[in-house]
Write a protein that binds this ligand. Structure first.
Ligand SMILES: NC(=O)c1ccc[n+]([C@@H]2O[C@H](COP(=O)([O-])OP(=O)(O)OC[C@H]3O[C@@H](n4cnc5c(N)ncnc54)[C@H](O)[C@@H]3O)[C@@H](O)[C@H]2O)c1
Length: 348
């Protein structure tokens, strides 16, 4: 089958892109690329013809195929967005880079550290953009938290915790750690601008043997900061929350709150040096609670726009392959800790 995608203008004012994988999440990614400035959604690809048919009616101008190889062979397609199940990310991304395409790939970048390193090296060798779908790095509330940390509003950051809880979606091919925690890990790394030294993880599988439904992950950043991530698809609440405790103030990002997504708590506890007794040495300060205005931007659209802008303007994405590798290193170390009943594992 020949893909009729049309010639692309030589100056590349528009990035011709194909979305591969049009399932549960892929349909959102297609919609987002269809609305992204300077993107030209050219081909919809899925192995499953029924899945393609459901999307094809919405984008009649795009060609369709069940064969990924046809996209690789089509020189007028300059970028692919891979929204297929995680075990396929590495192979599909390698093939796309070898065919000279830029790659947007959903999280996690790969399932092993070795594969992630290979993708980092291949992207550099081929001089192509590889961007991982660490969606929350493009969330306006997370960017607001980042600027609060950078401007010193919160003081020194003591610790961060993050909850990603719900009843479902239960996955069979990956556990809650690999399915859900890439988002929280990428947020913690982005906010702190550092990699942890040690990871511990405990979890349990209740529904499918060997597939953990709930995981508690702890990250240590030397003696300085720590972070805890709780992920579960077996929980009564739908909760998506990040809490940052700083020496001056504390911040809460509650993505489930309809109007007050980011609040600053002007609260802290201080230790006075040189006081006679312990009770006098600690002072606790309760100040006001402020709700901040979060820009009304859809994270997914910001993410797809960032990818297209980086490709066309020759820039490095915020969530590039190095970022993907950092997250996979932590997932890998956490898996080893999980299998050793929560033994601390050093991140090398
Ligand atoms: N960023 C987010 O918030 C978010 C949310 C959900 C899922 N995801 C990620 O998106 C990816 C897909 O998840 P999903 O829930 O949409 O899965 P899904 O199973 O619903 O859909 C995957 C689709 O890919 C197709 N497919 C598989 N291999 C293919 C191939 N080689 N060529 C063409 N089509 C192929 C399948 O037919 C299916 O339609 C996963 O990596 C997941 O981690 C990200």
């Amino acid at each position: 089958m020949e893909l009729k995608v049309g010639k692309v203008n030589q100056t590349m004012e528009l990035l011709p892109i194909s979305v591969v994988g049009l399932g549960g999440w892929g349909k959102n990614v297609v919609r987002s690329f269809s609305q992204t400035r300077r993107a030209k959604l050219c081909v919809l690809c899925d192995e499953n013809e029924e899945v393609i048919a459901r999307q094809a009616v919405l984008y009649p101008y795009a060609a369709t195929t069940t064969q990924y190889s046809e996209i690789l062979a089509e020189s007028n397609i300059h970028a692919v967005a891979l929204v297929t199940p995680s075990p396929s990310h590495f192979n599909l991304a390698v093939q796309a880079l070898n065919a000279g395409k830029h790659v947007f790939v959903e999280k996690p970048l790969s399932l092993t550290v070795g594969d992630a390193k290979e993708l980092v090296a291949l992207a550099e060798k081929k001089q192509r953009v590889v961007m991982v779908g660490h969606l929350l790095e493009y969330h306006p509330a997370v960017n607001l938290l980042k600027s609060l940390i950078q401007t010193g509003e919160l003081g020194d950051i003591h610790y961060i915790y993050s909850h990603r809880l719900n009843l479902g979606v239960v996955r069979l091919e990956e556990n809650a750690l690999w399915s859900l925690a890439p988002h929280d890990i990428s947020v913690v790394l982005y906010l702190l601008g550092k990699e942890p030294t040690h990871v511990t993880a405990v979890g349990q599988s209740y529904l499918n043997p060997g597939v953990e439904d709930v995981v508690f992950l702890n990250l240590r950043f030397g003696e300085e900061h720590m972070a805890q991530i709780h992920v579960s698809w077996l929980d009564p609440h739908k909760e998506r929350k990040v809490v940052i405790v700083g020496s001056k103030r504390m911040a809460v990002f509650d993505d489930m709150h309809p109007s007050e997504k980011v609040r600053i708590f002007d609260k802290s506890a201080n230790v006075k040096i040189g006081t006679a007794n312990y009770v006098e040495s600690i002072t606790v300060r309760h100040g006001e609670i402020r709700s901040l205005i979060v820009p009304n931007q859809e994270p997914l659209l910001s993410e797809t726009q960032h990818f297209v802008d980086c490709v066309l303007d020759g820039k490095t994405p915020r969530s590039d392959a190095h970022d993907g590798l950092r997250v996979v290193k932590i997932l890998d170390a956490a898996t080893r800790s999980l299998h050793q009943n929560g033994m601390p594992v050093e991140i090398l």
